[in-house]
Design a binder for this molecule. Structure first.
Ligand code: FUC
Length: 848
């Protein structure tokens, strides 16, 4: 249906269109009802099975000039999106959509966060435990590639790969408006609403699209100015495994239904079921159906309610269950009924309150008065950055807030956590399956959660982490004969914890790294109940595995007598062996040791705070004392990535794993470990100023931690100039959302850092630790620091002007700024107002 363009499919000889009321097939030559293009039901077979993305185009002719919409944090454009990477994302954590903003032809691509291929299975390789001693021996004897071969054969999961997260489907519609003037489309981050505005035949039209969290639906509202009428033809579609038709019981809806065709070894169908429903509510006008199309004509206003659901059993039940819950089409109908239970304006007002509650907590202002930000649309600001080499501060503000927006939209309490694409994926096989990579990417998604005041959005990560404990315990026991739980370099919605893909998958550090997050959540919130009930059990279980996995390095190795990991791998870098061969496997890779130091140290702190587990604390302390240390290369002065001073195959490799202790860890710092910090600086410089989107985002964070804001900003410039798509999505390439989240956290850490531990179980709070020259004047509100502090700051010409700090939990606050360190005793709820020299101002007040 719709038109098909000849863009990428030169063999297609026809162009399909939905007329606004009638299906029409526009013949461009060739077959009329061709095998290539169409089927009698009105939807070309190619659109059921083909590549939707390559075939969609908006046929609108644009003229005139759209104006920047109101609102401070707005992405806006003067044309509709041509491709998915220009479309604008909305989401309520579970349901997501990419809105193209087309006029003659609109496309709204839909996602539901639990629509995963695959099912829960036991992927653990039973041959692993037997081969483990031999793998270890080979590695200690520097017979690395023999170890790789044996491990590949005996340790990789069965199956070897996880299955993908997939698109739910797409809503496409035609309208009769082919030539429009003064068009704008925008996403207001503060409201979460995508708005399309234009004029046609002198009449103004607007359409707003948003995702309601509390009404659990996506809503599209069409409004016409005086005398204008709304018309359109609507179709729901999916490339595969689904059928779309008029709803059997609801005369105003289309329903798309399907099931993924997955079978287990016994031939039982195990794929999840899914459905999407779109319901049209027209004020005036008529709704009719033609084959699989729903048409609306002559409406004064039109509201579409879109719901989506699957029968995914939930993270907690996913592993080991054969049961699925509820018919997805019933869930859709229920969600739509709920969304329609109040007048549109009331449902919208509830959405604005709900979204604003999170979004409005933090503001960033980097003022310049050049008017550019008003004239240049978002893609033009990116273009301007590419031309001038410099970022407009308005772009930095928007990019920062966009990262926060994306987390609110893709990770709400009770939903799946944000995957490699957050929530948004149009393909059936997205890059890297849009899975959960646990060797950096999933964790990076959550770096901004606490510091940018979105602590609740962190919760889905803990739900996933808890769901991995049971399968992870089995993997620990089957593969390594170890206690505790383990996760390797990726996981999915079905509790996959075994090594996947290849040797890079034999990286048993995923759980240990994931366990950093609930601890961080505690450090920011000081929620002792959370620490006791959720964080500590996860941390202790991850540590139990590590304590069993560690092994003493034998005589003759560079760290003889010390505890190391084996096998071990520095994600995902390779090195040259002395004989010139390349390898990836070793023992005691630096990152492992740093993750372990982080985990065991955090476990000890947590147990001390909770006043429990003395014996376990001692065990951790003993292991820490024997752990092989992070070492500096005598030849390069850099932090060694591996236990031997191997030369890396790719010196600019995208992972900077061996600086984990600098970021996101905290054992390495400018003030605490100056020698290691200097070696880290050299390491970072050698890694270079380029990289994948997320690789750059990580390095920006690391330069911040070295208090070099200008270098950090230089990389932010590269990220925005070269690794950012027109809709501000991060570009690995391809699109991968972690870079957005990593860089958002980094912009926050230019302004506030609080990772340096003090003896008191507290952390030093450092104001403006890495302020770049390019951000010399500005203000921020609502950033959070460890210890339960909420911080507003303003600065002028590179120096702190004022700070206002709310001590939500009270206690000692150690503050560093501009070379000074001051200590304040605060009461619970106290507000400290400080001038640029950290001197308290007289109007200190207690919070009500
Ligand atoms: C890691 C990275 C890749 C990619 C993938 C999803 O393995 O090394 O670059 O980001 O995750």
């Amino acid at each position: 249906m719709k038109h098909l363009t000849m863009k990428k499919h030169s063999t297609m000889k026809q162009r399909w269109s939905i007329g606004y009321g009638l299906l029409c097939l526009v013949q461009l030559g060739g077959t009329a009802n061709g095998q290539e293009g169409g089927d009698p039901a009105g939807i070309p077979a190619s659109l059921r099975t083909g590549k939707i993305d390559a075939e969609w185009v908006d046929r609108t002719h644009f003229s005139g000039q759209g104006k920047r919409p109101e609102g401070k944090d707005v992405l806006w454009y003067k044309r509709s999106a041509g491709v998915w990477e220009e479309a604008l994302p909305i989401g309520n954590g579970r349901l997501g959509a990419m809105v193209f903003g087309g006029v003659a032809d609109e496309r709204i691509q839909l996602n539901e966060s639990s629509l995963w291929d695959g099912y829960a299975l036991d992927p653990n390789n039973p041959e692993s435990l037997e081969s483990l001693p031999e793998v270890r021996k080979l590695l200690f004897e520097n017979r690395n590639n023999e170890a790789v071969k044996l491990a590949e054969r005996t340790m990789i999961g069965r199956p070897r790969h996880v299955k993908p997260y997939q698109s739910l489907g797409e809503l496409w519609f035609d309208t009769p408006h082919r030539a429009v003037t003064d068009y704008t489309r925008s996403l207001d981050l503060a409201t979460g609403i995508v708005t399309v505005r234009y004029r046609h035949d002198g009449i103004g039209y607007s359409r707003e699209t948003w995702a309601s969290a509390d009404h659990d639906a996506i809503i599209v509202r069409f409004v016409a100015g005086n005398g204008g009428k709304i018309a359109g033809s609507f179709a729901l579609r999916r490339q595969q495994d689904a059928e779309s038709a008029p709803h059997p019981t609801d005369g105003q809806s289309l329903l798309l239904k399907g099931r993924l065709p997955v079978k287990d070894a016994e031939g039982n169908a195990r794929g999840i079921r899914f459905a999407a429903q779109v319901k049209a509510v027209a004020n005036g006008g008529r709704i009719a159906f033609h084959d699989n199309l729903m048409t609306v004509v002559d409406a004064d206003t039109l509201t579409l309610y879109i719901a989506g659901a699957t029968d995914y059993p939930g993270l907690a039940q996913a592993y080991g269950t054969h049961r699925y819950f509820g018919a997805p089409e019933d869930s859709c109908a229920a969600a739509i009924a709920q969304a329609m239970s109040g007048p549109y304006q009331a449902v919208k007002a509830a959405h604005l309150r709900e979204h604003g509650r999170y979004y409005g907590r933090t503001t960033l202002s980097l003022p310049v008065a050049d008017g550019k930000a008003n004239q240049l649309a978002t893609d033009e600001l990116l273009e301007d950055a590419r031309k001038t080499g410099r970022l407009h501060p308005a772009l930095v503000e928007t990019y920062f807030q966009f990262g926060r927006y994306l987390l609110i939209a893709s990770s709400r309490p009770g939903t799946m956590p944000a995957n490699l694409q957050g929530l948004w994926a149009w393909q059936m096989n997205p890059p890297w399956n849009a899975d959960y990579h646990t060797n950096i990417n999933l964790q990076m998604n959550y770096w901004p959660a606490e510091i940018t005041n979105l602590s609740e959005m962190h919760l889905p990560l803990f739900d996933l982490t808890e769901a991995l404990v049971k399968p992870g315990e089995r993997t620990a026991s089957v593969l390594y004969g170890a206690n505790g739980w383990v996760v390797h370099h990726l996981t999915d919605a079905w509790g996959f914890t075994a090594p996947a893909d290849g040797p890079q998958g034999i990286w048993p550090m995923g759980a240990a790294w994931l366990a950093q997050h609930p601890w961080e959540h505690y450090c920011y919130t000081l929620d002792t109940l959370f620490l006791r009930e959720r964080a500590y059990p996860l941390m202790k279980g991850a540590a139990a595995f590590i304590l069993d996995y560690l092994i003493e390095a034998p005589a003759g190795t560079p760290v003889a007598g010390k505890l190391v990991t084996n096998p071990s791998y520095s994600p995902e870098n390779a090195f040259f062996l002395p004989n010139g061969e390349q390898s990836v496997f070793t023992y005691g890779a630096t990152m492992d040791l740093q993750i372990i130091q982080d985990l065991l140290t955090n476990c000890m702190s947590a147990a001390r705070i909770l006043g429990i587990d003395k014996a376990f604390r001692k065990t951790c302390a003993k292991a820490l004392a024997r752990l092989a240390p992070t070492r500096i290369s005598e030849t390069t002065g850099r932090i060694m990535e591996w236990v031997e001073d191997y030369q890396e195959v790719e010196p600019h490799h995208r992972h900077t794993s061996h600086l984990f202790a600098l970021h996101p860890g905290n054992q390495l710092s400018v003030t605490g470990t100056p020698k290691l910090a200097e070696a880290a600086r050299k390491t970072l410089a050698a890694r270079g100023d380029d990289g994948t989107g997320w690789g750059l985002a990580w390095k920006i964070n690391m330069w911040n931690r070295l208090h070099d804001g200008d270098h950090a900003y230089k990389l932010l410039e590269v990220l925005l100039r070269e690794k950012t798509l027109p809709n501000l999505f991060d570009n690995h390439p391809p699109f991968q959302i972690d870079g957005n989240f990593g860089a958002t956290a980094a912009i926050a850490e230019m302004l506030v850092q609080s990772h340096v531990p003090l003896k008191s179980n507290r952390f030093e709070v450092h104001l403006l630790p890495a302020l770049p020259e390019a951000m010399a004047t500005g203000s921020v509100t609502g950033l959070r620091a460890r210890g339960g502090f909420v911080i507003d700051l303003s600065w002028q010409d590179g120096a702190l002007e004022q700070a206002c700090i709310v001590a939500e939990k009270g206690g000692i606050l150690t503050l560093r700024a501009g070379g000074q360190v001051k200590v304040y005793r605060t009461k619970k709820g106290e507000i400290l107002r400080l001038n640029g020299l950290l001197v308290r101002q007289l109007d200190d007040t207690m919070k009500d």
